[in-house]
Design a protein around this ligand. Structure first.
Ligand code: NAD
Length: 415
């Protein structure tokens, strides 16, 4: 994140003080709390909430429950959220949170206690106009519902807008579950158009068959693309005639959420999927899967980053030299935060939108963002990734500078 930030900041000749300001979070909070487990013993937990920047609006970002959660990672993820909202023009800043724990070892009741205790520790930080959490790895609509309820109890009124990613009946939005994959598919179609490729018959490989991978594969399959390969942590599947994605989803749901053993395909090695001869490669599993080591072997014409950070910064130049069009995460997977914004908006306005309204507005925002990024590509003669960072940095830095000038003037008056 910092490598790409610095390239964009150099191009913009960003002032050193604002550069330093934007490289560091506005606030970093470490919390420590205990709960009584089902067996009667007490367990202590450490959690974080990092507010990277609020120049463009209330900070927004997920909460992760994972044993690998650490302060440095949460800081980077919080900054990513700032750039993602800025590039799509959503009036939010960036934040991220996490608790060091293994959710699979806790009962529902324990997870509820953990979530409520974490919320209590941060009840002054959260708020619909301050900091708005969302689900991330290890958390979902249940945790968001508990967070909203705890916050509402502490503030003596129902505050739906304090969190997004809630269950539908608890103030969630239609279209949120599939929003990131839908966004990835919208961006993929726009990228194909850039290369004058027709969707029907174009080929795609998708790494990861979770929330992002499933919906990306499904929407593209419905648009007539041939999904030649998909993988999850258990297996990588390949069919040169295209995999029937609705049938695979059915199999996955009946097979304990795993694609292992799906019959109408052959298995390939996980790493082979990334190097297949396809029009589009969608890495939608995890970070750093395309690196200096394998980037020169990538044969896809387009990479659409469904996951956060799947291409490492040392692979950027190799892919660019090989004419691979890379659509960066901060644009490609911004469908999720966009529909989170719609959820927050519906909560704030006490409205309920239909799924067509959600999808139409999502498409509008992503199409506009895509066009703006490609105009910036031309203007600065840079890759779409650096163009996205330039756009985001420009917006945040300008607003931040105005705020700081105002603050300085205020101090001057007071003195
Ligand atoms: P998920 O947990 O639902 O799915 C992850 C998938 O990746 C699973 O199918 C898992 O088996 C697979 N996987 C893990 N390691 C793998 C490997 N080595 N090879 C192949 N497959 C592997 O997660 P998700 O919500 O789909 O998120 C995926 C990525 O997208 C993450 O980087 C996440 O931060 C990012 N993202 C998610 C959202 C969202 O709304 N869910 C939004 C923006 C970005």
């Amino acid at each position: 994140m910092i490598d790409r930030f610095n390239i964009a900041a150099d191009i913009l000749k960003l002032d050193e003080s604002i550069r330093q300001r934007l490289q560091r979070p506005e606030k970093q909070i470490v919390v420590n709390f205990s709960i009584v487990l089902d067996n009667g013993k007490e367990q202590n937990f450490e959690g974080y909430r990092i507010i990277h920047n609020t120049a463009l609006g209330p900070s927004k970002g997920g909460i992760r429950y994972d044993t690998a959660v650490n302060l440095e990672e949460v800081k980077a993820l919080a900054a990513w959220m700032t750039w993602k909202s800025a590039v799509t023009g959503i009036p939010f800043g960036g934040a991220k949170g996490g608790i060091i724990c293994d959710p699979s070892t806790h009962s529902k009741r324990e997870l509820e206690k953990i979530t409520r205790a974490y919320t209590k520790s941060l009840s002054d930080i959260f708020g619909p106009q301050k900091d708005v959490p969302a689900p991330d790895m290890g958390t979902g609509p249940d945790e968001m519902g508990w967070l909203m309820d705890e916050f509402s109890q502490l503030h003596g009124r129902i505050v739906h807008g304090v969190v997004t990613g809630k269950h539908l009946h608890a103030g969630g939005s239609l279209g949120r579950v599939e929003a990131t994959g839908k966004g990835v598919s919208i961006i993929t179609l726009l990228a194909l158009e850039k290369l004058k490729l027709r969707p029907a018959g174009s080929t795609v490989a998708v790494q990861g068959f979770g929330n992002v991978g499933i919906h990306s594969a499904l929407f593209l399959y419905e648009k007539g693309l041939k999904v030649l390969a998909v993988s999850d942590v258990s297996e990588a599947l390949y069919n040169p005639d295209g995999i029937n994605i609705p049938e695979l989803i059915l199999y996955y749901n009946l097979n304990n959420k795993s694609i292992k053993g799906y019959p109408n395909s052959v298995t390939i090695k996980h790493e082979e999927l990334l190097l297949l001869e396809v029009d589009v490669l969608i890495p939608a599993a995890k970070e750093d899967v395309i690196t200096r080591q394998n980037a020169h072997e990538v044969k896809a014409k387009i990479i659409v980053e469904g996951a956060n950070g799947p291409v490492s910064s040392d692979a950027d130049a190799i892919l660019e030299a090989n004419n691979v069009l890379v659509i960066p995460d901060i644009l490609a997977n911004a469908g999720g935060v966009t529909v989170s914004y719609f959820e927050w908006l519906q909560n704030t306005l006490v409205e309920k939108w239909g799924v067509n309204q959600v999808n139409r507005q999502l498409e509008n925002i992503l199409e506009k963002s895509f066009e703006t990024v490609f105009r910036t590509v031309k203007k600065y003669n840079v890759s779409p990734r650096i163009a996205s960072y330039i756009l985001a940095l420009q917006k945040v830095a300008e607003t931040q500078s105005v705020k700081e000038v105002a603050l300085t003037a205020e101090n001057y008056k007071q003195n």
